[in-house]
Design a protein around this ligand. Sequence first.
Ligand SMILES: NC(=O)c1ccc[n+]([C@@H]2O[C@H](COP(=O)([O-])OP(=O)(O)OC[C@H]3O[C@@H](n4cnc5c(N)ncnc54)[C@H](O)[C@@H]3O)[C@@H](O)[C@H]2O)c1
Ligand SMILES: CCCCC[C@H](O)CC\C=C/C=C/C=C/[C@@H](O)[C@@H](O)CCCC(=O)O
Length: 260
Amino acid sequence: MALNGKIAVVTGAAMGIGKAITEILVQNGAKVVLLDVNETAGKALMETLNKQHGQDRTLFVSCNVESEQQIKAAFQKTVETFGGTDILCNNAGILNENEWEKTVSVNLLAVIRVTYLALEHMSKLTGGRGGVIVNTASLAGIGPLPSCPVYTATKHGVIGFTRALAAASTMSGYGIRFNAICPGFAQTDLLSNMNNKLGRFSHLADATTQMVEKLGILNVSEVAAPVLELVTDESKNGEAFMIFPKAKQYVTFPKVSSSG
Ligand SMILES: NC(=O)c1ccc[n+]([C@@H]2O[C@H](COP(=O)([O-])OP(=O)(O)OC[C@H]3O[C@@H](n4cnc5c(N)ncnc54)[C@H](O)[C@@H]3O)[C@@H](O)[C@H]2O)c1
Ligand SMILES: CCCCC[C@H](O)CC\C=C/C=C/C=C/[C@@H](O)[C@@H](O)CCCC(=O)O
């Protein structure tokens, strides 16, 4: 998929990995709608990118992905401003084992909610142009993190949801590809703030820090590049793309079949 003229919606676009995804999509020709609850950072990024690339290249819309009404309004604003949606990056996410219901709400329920509302705009069965949806999971969606089991569960859920929808899309004719990125530790506020978000598992903070030291820390541009690969390579559907410092690898999942 060439990105010139394509319209992307990125959630959690104002900071961190979402900001890097937004930047690489704009740099490669897409127009991007930035959705975030952080209005200050979101508007600042919009203004910076529009100054660099042209006044009609990005739009910030204040949107809490937990709100059906706000998501609907954001997609409507996208249609009114740019004419439709070709690319969706479900990136918004939090880590908070204290407020674990909110973690489930943002990291998994909202990915489902935004995806289902996006289908109404993107699916060829409902007048859309098709396209691609990239969900931000995590290596914690592949291997469990003992210090944050609910976060781990949400990321496992994102991967399962992504793979199931990829198959459903092919079988149904949506014309939409679904893929997930599984980054390792990346230098963002989420990682910086992790130690006071572990709740009843705070005693495992040191073990997690040791894991960070062992796996290393990505910069956010190392996460954005694989997103561009999944968006532009039209052969990719149902993939989980693991991202390590200086290495990337597609997950090979076991086949489920009766051994009898
Ligand atoms: N940082 C890492 O080590 C790492 C690794 C793998 C995956 N991830 C995932 O990457 C994604 C982005 O995380 P990050 O590390 O960039 O964190 P971050 O905190 O730097 O950025 C998250 C962004 O999402 C926004 N956001 C949070 N809740 C929202 C909501 N309800 N509605 C709309 N926007 C909301 C925040 O305002 C912020 O701009 C998350 O899904 C996270 O789980 C992070
Ligand atoms: C508190 C974590 C904050 C960042 C969460 C992000 O989503 C990044 C998660 C990055 C990596 C997760 C790796 C999980 C690995 C475990 O499953 C385990 O296999 C690692 C064992 C490492 C070791 O050999 O000691």
